[in-house]
Design a protein around this ligand. Structure first.
Ligand code: GUN
Length: 284
């Protein structure tokens, strides 16, 4: 079987054009959604991500404000910046790019962001709302995966969903969203004893570990939908996911490529969260 390729780039473009239309409508109420992205230090990958987020924001007609801060920024200084963004009516969404330098307490910084502006959905109050089935912001990557599954018409009610990787950013919120959609969810982690035995049960398999090739075709159930969240650069410079694409595509019914799969959806859903935050602000 040759799997259908799920085109995240095309779906992201469609979602972003719908967002641009909603931004125009909001403009007639005098509101322009604004996203602030705080970047501490000079991590080259983070610099590229932040640039892409800002460009996508502007292309959708939103205001983007990038706040670069030095690698030696004191924690208090960063907390002051967050406090002023929390109180800035032009800013509806605040994102602090991770990872932060080691001397800064990431948890403390995330909890300092106003939960109403936490477009990453990482604040404990937003994680709690998601867990109890009343999401305010869905974390962008899992939200993008759900949008892809919906657009592909994948049945989640009663499906066996297996997630490989239990991070706070992807695996755990992904489990909550799939559970809310009626799937039976298995969340695997680095200690899982027989990973293949778990993944082979999956109708929907989501892989988010940062380990290239951790899932191969023989670990995929025939006809499964495979979502590869990983983005890894090999020593050769080639970008690959966590799934061995060619062997998995022989077995799956549908699969996301890397690049061009989940990645573009993450940015689209960040814009969606920022738009939704702005739409929730009361008219002046
Ligand atoms: N670094 C890698 N992924 C993310 C993300 O989704 N949000 C933030 N803030 N930082 C990240």
């Amino acid at each position: 079987m040759a799997a259908r390729i799920i085109d995240g780039k095309a779906l992201s473009a469609k979602v972003r054009s719908e967002i641009a239309e909603r931004v125009r409508r909001l403009g007639s109420r005098g509101v322009t959604p604004g996203l602030a992205v705080v970047l501490v230090g000079e991590n080259p990958a983070s610099q590229i991500y932040v640039r892409n987020k800002a460009a996508a924001c502007e292309a959708a007609g939103m205001l983007s404000r990038v706040i670069p801060m030095g690698a030696d920024t004191a924690e208090d200084e960063l907390l002051d910046v967050i406090d002023s963004l929390n109180n800035d009516p032009a800013i509806h969404g605040i994102l602090v790019q991770l990872p932060l330098p080691g001397h800064i307490d990431t948890g403390l910084v995330i909890e300092a962001i106003s939960p109403d502006k936490d477009v990453d959905g990482f604040h404990v109050s937003n994680a709690g709302l998601l867990m109890t089935g009343r999401p305010r912001f869905r974390p962008c990557t899992p939200y993008g995966v759900m949008t892809m599954l919906e657009s592909e018409g994948v049945t989640l009610r009663g499906a066996e969903a297996v997630i490989v990787g239990a991070s706070n950013i992807v695996g755990k919120p992904m489990a909550m969203l799939l559970l809310a959609a009626g799937a039976t969810v298995t969340l695997c982690n680095s200690k899982t004893r027989d990973l293949g035995a778990q993944t082979r049960r999956a109708d929907v398999l989501v892989v988010a570990t940062g380990k290239p090739g951790i899932v191969t075709g023989e670990m995929v159930k025939p006809g499964a939908v495979v979502i590869d969240v990983g983005i890894n650069r090999l020593p050769s410079g080639k970008l690959v996911g966590d799934v061995d694409f060619s062997s998995a595509a022989e077995v799956a019914s549908a699969i996301t490529p890397v690049p061009g799969g989940v990645g573009p959806m993450t940015i689209a859903m960040l814009l969606m969260n920022t738009l939704e935050a702005a739409e929730r602000t009361p008219a002046i």
